[in-house]
Design a binder for this molecule. Structure first.
Ligand code: ITT
Length: 180
């Protein structure tokens, strides 16, 4: 099963989750232009359809994002662009002095079976930390607090127990196993 992503952090996490289900995922490292959409689901489905025009057979992709409640869900579907531009420091600045720090990560997996897309989602609730902490993980991990640790203070195995990605891929792998 090919997992198409430009993000090595995503791939390394999924590789470990897949192992738990006895499934081998191979990394197709590729950056594709993401279509515009209002939700991660819409973007994931459109991306799968677009990629299917170039790639033979089955593959899987994942679209994810950070949703900050006090910012009305921002950066949400724009997480990738926002990370590359204002980054973690920019989010912390927007949250300066804000009491309600609730946030969640969401992951949408889109599996293209050769004919159509199947979508699976996962979510994890947490908070935006007061400052960036930790060196593990990737992306927004240093500012995402889960309990008393940020995701960047956790080993992959620990993050993988609770993450949005784990939850979405778990749904997908269970479905795959039931189907076969
Ligand atoms: P691909 O589209 O090539 O898979 P990407 O990094 O551009 O890789 P997305 O479009 O899904 O991925 O954008 C998601 C953004 O949210 C991106 O900046 C990630 O770094 C960030 N993100 C997603 N999951 C995360 C996680 O588990 N921890 C920290 N940041 C995460």
């Amino acid at each position: 099963m090919y997992f198409i992503t430009s993000n090595e952090g995503k791939f390394r996490e999924v590789e470990r989750i897949a192992e738990m289900y006895g499934i081998q995922v191979k990394w197709m490292k590729m950056k594709y232009v993401e279509p515009q959409g209002n939700s991660l689901e819409e973007i994931a489905k459109l991306s799968a359809r677009m990629l299917a025009e170039k790639i033979e057979g089955e593959f899987v992709i994942e679209d994810s994002g950070l949703f900050v409640e006090a910012l009305k869900g921002f950066p949400g579907p724009y997480s990738s662009y926002v990370f590359k531009t204002i980054g973690n420091e920019g989010i912390l600045k927007l949250m300066d002095g804000v009491k309600d720090r609730k946030a969640y990560f969401m992951a949408v997996v889109a599996y293209w079976d050769g004919e159509k897309a199947h979508v699976f989602t996962g979510k994890v609730d947490g908070e935006i930390a007061d400052s960036a902490r930790g060196t593990k993980g990737f992306g927004y991990d240093p500012i995402f607090l889960y309990g008393d640790k940020t995701f960047a203070e956790m080993e992959t195995g620990e993050k993988n127990k609770v993450s949005h990605r784990r939850r979405a891929f778990e749904e997908f792998f269970k479905w795959l196993k039931e189907k076969s």
